[in-house]
Design a protein around this ligand. Structure first.
Ligand SMILES: Nc1ncnc2c1ncn2[C@@H]1O[C@H](COP(=O)(O)OP(=O)(O)OP(=O)(O)O)[C@@H](O)[C@H]1O
Ligand SMILES: [Mg+2]
Length: 252
C-alpha cells in the first residue's frame, strides 16, 4: 500500500475580504509526482506557501509523514524543499555559498555540509561555476542554482512552483530530467506549471485549482479517460472545460 506523505485538510486563506484558498483538501503519496494546475490567481502559490510554512493558514491542518504542524513544525520543514515561483538566491554570494547557506539552515555542518553542497551543485551541473555569483548567471542557471539550494538537505518532498518559466529549452530539459532522477531516488514532487507537455511528461496525478478551490484531484490517465466521453482529447481541453480558461502557452 502506498502511504500518504502529505495530507492537506481544509486549508483556508483570505487576504482582506478576498478568500483566495477555500477549504482545500488533497494528498500526496510517497514517491509520486503531482501536477498542480490552475489559472493565474487560482491560489496555487498561496497554497504552497502554507504547505511549506512560509505563511500561516487561516484554518486547516497539515499532516506530513505522520507528523502534524502543530507539534512537529520544525521536523516537517526539514523534509520539504521549495523552489519558489520567484527565484530566491543571493546575487552577491557565490553559487557555492548560496547552497551552503541554505543547507546550513537545516543544521548541517562541517564535512557533511561540504559533501551535500558539492553533490547538489554537481547534480544541477553548476559545480564548475561554484565560485561565480548568480548575478552573472542566465535565468536557467539561476533556476538550477535555486534547485540545488532546495535539495541539498535531501527533502522527502520537493515543491516546484513554475520552475521552467522564462528559461532556455536546454535548462528546461535539464530541470525535467533532474526531477525524474530525484523522483526515482524516492523524492515526492509537487509540480506547479502552466505547461501541459511538462505535466504530461512528469506527473502521475493531477490537481486543478480554480478560484481558491480544488476542482480535480485524480490520476492523470483516469482523468483523461473520464473526459474523453465529453469530447476532451487533451489535458488542455480538460483544463478549459473545468476552469473556462485556456492554458497560456507562454509567460505573459
Ligand atoms: N500577499 C498577498 N497579499 C494580497 N493578495 C495576495 C497576496 N498573495 C497573493 N494574493 C492574491 O491571492 C490570489 C491567489 O494568488 P496566488 O499567487 O496564490 O495564485 P497562483 O495560482 O499562484 O497564480 P499564478 O499562476 O499567476 O502564479 C490572487 O488574487 C493574488 O492577487
Ligand atoms: Mg503562482
Amino acid at each position: 500500500m502506498v502511504n500518504n506523505l502529505v495530507e492537506v485538510r481544509n486549508f483556508e486563506k483570505s487576504y482582506g475580504e478576498r478568500k483566495v484558498v477555500d477549504k482545500l483538501n488533497f494528498t500526496v503519496a510517497d514517491g509520486e509526482i503531482v501536477g498542480m494546475l490552475g489559472p493565474n490567481g487560482a491560489g496555487k502559490s498561496t497554497t504552497i506557501r502554507m504547505l511549506t510554512g512560509i505563511e500561516a493558514c487561516d484554518a486547516g491542518e497539515l499532516f506530513f509523514d505522520g507528523m502534524t504542524v502543530k507539534k512537529d513544525r520544525k521536523s516537517i520543514k526539514m523534509q520539504i524543499g521549495l523552489v519558489p515561483q520567484d527565484i530566491a538566491v543571493y546575487g552577491d554570494m557565490s553559487a557555492y555559498d548560496n547552497v551552503k547557506f541554505f543547507c546550513s539552515l537545516y543544521g548541517f555542518r562541517g564535512k557533511e555540509l561540504e559533501r551535500r553542497v558539492q553533490e547538489a551543485l554537481e547534480f544541477v551541473a553548476l559545480w564548475d561555476r561554484r565560485k561565480d555569483k548568480p548575478g552573472k548567471f542566465s535565468g536557467g542557471m539561476k533556476r538550477r542554482l535555486n534547485i540545488a539550494c532546495s535539495i541539498a538537505h535531501s527533502p522527502k518532498l520537493l515543491i516546484m512552483d513554475e520552475p521552467t518559466v522564462g528559461i532556455d529549452p536546454q535548462s528546461r530539459n535539464y530541470i525535467l530530467e533532474a526531477i525524474k532522477t530525484l523522483n526515482r531516488r524516492g523524492t515526492a514532487v509537487i509540480y506547479v506549471s502552466h505547461y501541459m507537455e511538462e505535466i504530461e511528461a512528469l506527473c502521475n496525478r493531477i490537481l486543478i485549482m480554480d478560484q481558491g478551490q480544488l476542482k480535480v484531484e485524480e490520476d492523470k490517465d483516469a482523468l483523461k479517460e473520464r473526459y474523453k466521453e465529453e469530447g476532451c482529447q487533451t489535458l488542455e481541453d480538460i483544463f478549459l472545460k473545468i476552469t473556462g480558461t485556456a492554458l497560456r502557452d507562454e509567460e505573459e
